[in-house]
Design a protein around this ligand. Structure first.
Ligand SMILES: *[C@@H]1O[C@H](CO)[C@@H](O)[C@H](O)[C@H]1NC(C)=O
Length: 273
């Protein structure tokens, strides 16, 4: 919209009035001359004014929005050493140290009283050996009392457990022996003496005719040969049930039933030289 012209005209009039009043026109002409022409036209454009003095500092602006987070800074330089801290509490007791090196051996001692300790040591050693031998001997005596008997070739042992003939055979085998087989008078005598001295009346011996009636065989399957020691009237087996043999305390043999249970004698061969 166009500004109304009167405003500019009013401004110009006011301007000229002020110029005349203070006599500040460019040509420094007297106001009367200007007024005399009655000219109310605008004058020529004045020269550019001098640069003004610097203005006063402006007021603070408004607080701006928060900026975006900056990048992580570089690792800083090592700082100077700080001041010494306070003295801490007393620490715990330390671990035991490592054993030190052994010291230098001492000087030679004075001559002692005469003591042949080596001799005593020898005696103690000999005593140990003797004790071991005694133990072995005691064991032997115990065996004799318990009832081990022997001939030149064999040991005999009465097992004081009541078993059937079959179980007696197995038991002797487990003991690494065999049910006793008196194959001569001497062996029979040793066994019978053993039985009677043990207060027994009868024991199984390793002799039977289970395989063939009437043909007695030893436990090692060898047949009866020259020697036998049957009780008078034996073997007598009318029923055919007495296939096993017991030795009576007299040393005599009697055929009896295999399922009966009684003590029995095992024999063990002595080691061949
Ligand atoms: C011989 O054995 C038979 C059968 O077991 C028995 O009846 C008899 O009494 C025994 N003889 C002796 C003298 O023990």
């Amino acid at each position: 919209m166009k500004k109304p012209l009167w405003k500019d005209e009013t401004f110009l009039l006011l301007f000229l009035v002020l110029v005349q009043a203070f006599g500040l026109d460019d040509d420094n002409r007297p106001a009367t001359e200007v007024c005399s022409t009655h000219t109310i036209l605008p004058g020529p454009k004045g020269d550019q004014g001098e640069k003004g003095d610097q203005g006063e500092m402006g007021k603070h602006g408004k607080v701006g929005p928060t900026g975006s987070k900056g990048e992580k800074g570089a690792v800083g330089d090592i700082g100077d050493q700080g001041m010494m801290g306070k003295i801490g509490p007393i620490g715990k007791k330390g671990d035991k140290g490592v054993k030190g090196l052994s010291g230098i051996s001492g000087g030679k001692g004075k001559a002692g009283a005469v003591c042949d300790c080596g001799k005593y040591r020898k005696v103690v050693g000999q005593l140990d050996i003797n004790i071991a031998r005694l133990k072995s001997s005691i064991q032997f005596v115990k065996n004799v009392l318990a009832g081990i008997r022997e001939t030149e070739e064999k040991y005999y042992y009465i097992v004081q457990e009541e078993k059937s003939y079959k179980d007696a055979v197995i038991d002797c085998r487990i003991r690494d022996g065999i049910l006793a087989m008196p194959k001569d008078e001497a062996a029979n005598a040793v066994i019978s003496d053993y039985v009677s001295k043990s207060g027994l009346f009868r024991v199984f011996i390793g002799l039977s005719d289970t395989e063939k009636e009437g043909q007695f065989m030893y436990a090692d399957r060898s047949p009866l040969q020259d020697y036998s020691n049957w009780k008078e009237g034996e073997p007598q087996d009318p029923s055919g049930h007495e296939d096993c043999v017991e030795m009576l305390s007299t040393g005599k043999w009697n055929d009896t039933e295999c399922h009966l249970t009684m003590f029995f004698v095992c024999e063990f061969p002595k080691k061949r030289k």
